[in-house]
Design a binder for this molecule. Sequence first.
Ligand code: BTN
Length: 308
Amino acid sequence: MKAQILELLRAEKGIVSGETLSAALGISRVSIWKHIQKLREVGYTIQSFPTGYQLKRSPDTPFPWEFPGRESTLFYFHEVSSTMDIAKDLARKGCPDFTIVVAGRQKKGRGRLNRVWRSAPGGLYFTLVLRPQMPIIFSSRVSFLASMTLARVLREMFEIEAKIKWPNDILVNELKISGMLAEMEAEADQLHFINIGIGINVNNDPSLSEPKASSLKKLLGMKISRKDLLLQFLDEFEAQMTNADLGNVVSEWKRYTITLNRQVRIVTHQEASEGIAVDVDNNGALVLKMADGSLKKIRYGDCFHQDE
Ligand code: BTN
């Protein structure tokens, strides 16, 4: 109902009478008033006039009713521990493919390799529950498809040179704008779900605690709509998940990366390796050319470009 009320108010731009709303939606004027009150409570500015209502301002909050067609699969929370935890819980309980958990802030945001992901208000924090039908060995390709899609969306929407640092960080001018975390559960060769968590620095400023990070607002010098960015990313990523040839994902992804042909240091819990990043194989492993000329494949780790 909220989606429909907002649609009618937005279509009209001016004042819409309570009568028009109640006739269009088939509910009483009192019910309309109650819905309007609820919308006001969560941040919409809707003015009342003797002749009706006018929408003056919408908050930049990704409420489910702002995503037509996704109302029953998108969950928004003002604050959570981590969207990864909520998404895992929903996935284990059997939620549908492409369920989305979004949070305004996270108290225990998680990064890769057990790092903390600071999640201040203004950023975009979400986890997607995906249930692709594919052998487990191909699962890493889903994260590569996600980072490539996000780089494309950022380029299209903001005309910025979004690039990917292996495996799935998005950088602009060598500064980190977004990070990605994947968790999956499987049994034998049966994939139950892959959850992809994405944090995007939108209107927050991470640079005080992370000098090598920035935000879209800092880069572009203006506030950016998290709602529009999420809408665009979800539509494009869902289309990609349906149509893309996963066999080709990594070779496509290579067009966006700035890690190849650079001297890098890869750090895992066990070891650190240095070499020239010469390739990424079809399942996303980085191929390093070591000082002695040998090749080493690395499946996961933190990547540091050494020639910055
Ligand atoms: C990284 O670069 O280390 C990955 C960061 C991933 C952060 C996102 S924010 C949404 C989701 N919830 C989390 O706790 N982490 C991911």
